[in-house]
Design a protein around this ligand. Structure first.
Ligand code: ZN
Length: 239
């Protein structure tokens, strides 16, 4: 997911509001007034658009009333109360888990992944056998940011989320299997592309761009049907 830009008038509006924020208390009151005003619709719409059709929580992919959250909490840095780059769309559960804790390293850099600015797969791996996310294992230890993100935002491995991921994974397997069996007629190719579009958990990225591409099924797809493979990767990047 890449952070898109917002229009000029929204940017000016945010900058003007930020000027009024001189403390975290002021940040909170200005922010809640803003959220009640129609003006904030521009920000919500832009975040939703950035999230694709899914409009889901950037962490757990839950669709229950995802709302605007501050990546760096107002309590930690009120100078970012109205910073577009600081807004993320999250569900109430992840919001609650995250806002209570915002760990940083010795230089003050956040130790929680910001999915709108960095690729979560740089820090995490997907276990396709069970649908769980885990921190990447580097030379001798787990990636610190990946590890802490999973610990803080534990809902990324909630039962329902893991179950959802498992369902999407098996749908990908089925689509690729039938494509390999049928020597790729248009209808089975379309099925694979549909799975990408309906992939609510972003699992396709794992198969198209990360270690998942080395799984035998995807390797075979790549070797036997390079054109379809490239279409698959393009579709994943677009979704
Ligand atoms: Zn969530």
């Amino acid at each position: 997911m890449y952070r898109s830009e917002i229009d000029f008038s929204t940017r000016c509006d945010l900058a003007a509001r930020q000027k009024k924020v001189t403390s975290k208390e002021k940040g909170r009151t200005e922010w809640s007034a803003y959220r009640r005003s129609v003006k904030s619709k521009a920000v919500v719409d832009a975040l939703r658009k950035m999230n694709g059709q899914r409009q889901r929580c950037v962490y757990c992919c839950d669709s229950r009333s995802a709302d605007v959250d501050h990546f760096t909490p107002i309590a930690v840095d009120f100078s970012r109360t109205f910073s577009w780059n600081n807004f993320i769309l999250v569900c109430p559960e992840c919001n609650r888990k995250k806002s209570a804790r915002f760990p940083v390293d010795t230089e003050g850099r956040p130790l929680v992944i910001n999915p709108t600015l960095e690729d979560p797969w740089n820090f995490l791996v997907l276990d396709t056998k069970n649908g769980y996310l885990a921190a990447r294992f580097l030379e001798e230890e787990f990636d610190l940011k990946g590890d802490i993100t999973i610990e803080v935002i534990s809902c990324v491995n909630h039962e329902a989320v893991v179950e959802g991921r498992r369902r999407v994974i098996s749908r990908y397997y089925e689509a690729v299997e039938s494509l390999l069996e049928h020597d790729s007629p248009a209808s089975v190719v379309a099925k694979l592309m549909r799975e990408v579009r309906e992939d609510e958990y972003g699992v396709g990225e794992w198969f198209a761009r990360r270690e998942g591409r080395e799984e035998p099924l995807f390797q075979e797809l790549r070797n036997r049907f390079p054109m379809i493979w490239r279409r698959f990767v393009r579709e994943v990047c677009r979704s």
